[in-house]
Write a protein that binds this ligand. Structure first.
Ligand code: FCB
Length: 439
């Protein structure tokens, strides 16, 4: 594995988590979210598991943060839950604010830089009732939450991201139906594709009004490759790229959406969406990049627009069935630099792998994860050498946690969690990473 000294001075190493996936949403007066009700529906989530208890981080955050500190990390990426702060989407929960206040101080006490994400998918159920991301007013409701949480902890954040992975928020959740609210509807998807970016714009405006610096967004990218060089497969790959990789970054940096994607979404977009593009594309201070794998794209003429299919590739796969392809991370970073962000600071805000880890004699042997990290660190360094202004890396995730539709089955953590006893066991990869980033 590369070492800290191989990276530019000041490069930050950390790990990431998200509120609903670790906190235990039944504690501390948090309100129900669309994930609670989605999980309660038939066939949506493995064993119908939800985030009611998760890693019980709500009660164990101090010892969890000790594990970050003991690994020699510089920074911690976490999220604050909208539904914990405003359980009915309107009324403020003082207990929720108090939790994030204590959490912030505990992060700082351990010498870690707090990287906050404002929305990592905890839509309050009361707002989901009003249409959630399809509601034309949702961006302003989000802005109100941004004001409340920023007034409480914004003074101590090192960095603030508006949203995590709008592709998942909009497309995966409203078109593919795999995440809450589980819709498969192009009109709902088109509205969500825009409203989520409008929320980013409004969020930025609210943060800037409070003088906040180091503000940006976290987007996910996959490296798309055509399965063959037929015109149909190449065109399908372009559509996939437009929807997945370009829609959000192009909106945030240029104030436009890609033509190949508007082909399908255009007729269903909210009225006068063009009027929001200036606010959406206001300057940011950084881009967060989440990267896990590549996808191999085929044309699917019989499927509805965008007529895209995918096939499984030949490379080594993780517990998710995702191919391990570090070169894709380098190439995504180069594409972002040349097409969208130039010299804007970039952070890898998520990258990691799931494996069916087990504790044996008190230890977890996970060489696959160490080699996954090693491969992606190499790819990052290649991007740095090619001029990408990459400033940090957050492993996903600190802890095994609630992996959304996969429940507790997929283990991404550097630290194993026994969900019966809540016992934490740092895996071998935790110690390998610690050795690599030692000063
Ligand atoms: C990303 C999510 C994160 C986690 C990882 C595996 O899409 O942001 O919460 O589920 O994937």
């Amino acid at each position: 594995m590369l070492k800290r000294s191989d990276f530019p001075q000041g490069f930050l190493f950390g790990a990431a988590t998200a509120a609903y996936q670790i906190e235990g949403h039944s504690f501390g007066g948090a309100g129900p979210t669309h994930w609670d009700t989605f999980a309660a529906g038939p066939g949506n989530v493995v064993r119908a598991e939800d985030g009611a208890v998760a890693c019980d981080h709500y009660h164990r955050y101090e010892s969890d943060l000790d594990l970050l500190k003991d690994a020699g990390m510089d920074a911690y990426r976490f999220s604050t839950s909208w539904a914990r702060v405003m359980p009915d989407g309107v009324t403020v929960n003082p207990e929720g604010l108090d939790f994030y206040d204590r959490l912030t101080d505990a992060i700082l006490e351990r010498g870690l830089k707090p990287f906050q994400t404002l929305y990592h998918w905890e839509m309050p159920s009361a707002l989901a009732d009003l249409g959630g991301w399809t509601n034309p007013d949702i961006a302003h409701r989000f802005g109100d939450y941004v004001d409340v949480i920023t007034d409480k902890i914004g003074d101590r954040m090192h960095s603030i991201a508006t949203l995590n992975e709008p592709w998942c928020v909009a497309y995966l959740s409203h078109f593919l139906g795999h995440h809450a609210p589980g819709l498969r509807d192009i009109r709902a998807a088109s509205r969500a594709m825009h409203n989520v970016m409008k929320a980013h714009g409004v969020g930025m405006t609210r943060l800037r009004a409070k003088g906040k610096k180091n503000c940006g967004i976290v987007l996910n990218f996959e490296y798309p490759q055509a399965a063959d060089d037929t015109p149909a497969a190449l065109a399908a790959t372009k559509r996939q790229e437009a929807i997945y990789n370009r829609w959000f970054i192009q909106a945030a940096t240029k104030g436009t959406y890609p033509e190949e994607a508007l082909e399908g979404f255009g007729p269903h977009m909210p009225a006068n969406w063009q009027d929001d593009m200036a606010e959406i594309s206001q300057p940011m201070d950084f881009l967060g990049v989440n990267y896990y794998t590549r996808s191999i794209i085929t044309a699917a003429p019989d499927a509805p627009w965008p007529h895209v299919g995918a096939v499984s590739g030949p490379l080594d796969k993780t517990q998710m069935g995702w191919e391990v392809y570090p070169d894709g991370l380098r190439d995504v970073l180069l594409m972002l630099k040349s097409d969208y962000v130039g010299d804007l600071p970039v952070f890898i805000t998520e990258n990691g792998m799931a494996w069916d880890d087990t504790v044996e004699n008190g230890a977890v042997f996970d060489p696959q994860r160490s080699s996954y990290i090693a491969g992606h660190l190499e790819a990052m360094l290649e991007a740095v050498a090619a001029g990408v202004n990459l400033q940090g890396f957050f492993y996903w995730s600190l802890l095994d946690n609630y992996e959304w539709a996969f429940g507790y089955e997929k283990r991404f953590g550097l630290i194993h969690v026994d969900f019966e006893t809540q016992k934490r066991t740092p895996k071998a990869s935790y110690y390998d990473f610690k050795a690599a980033i030692a000063r």
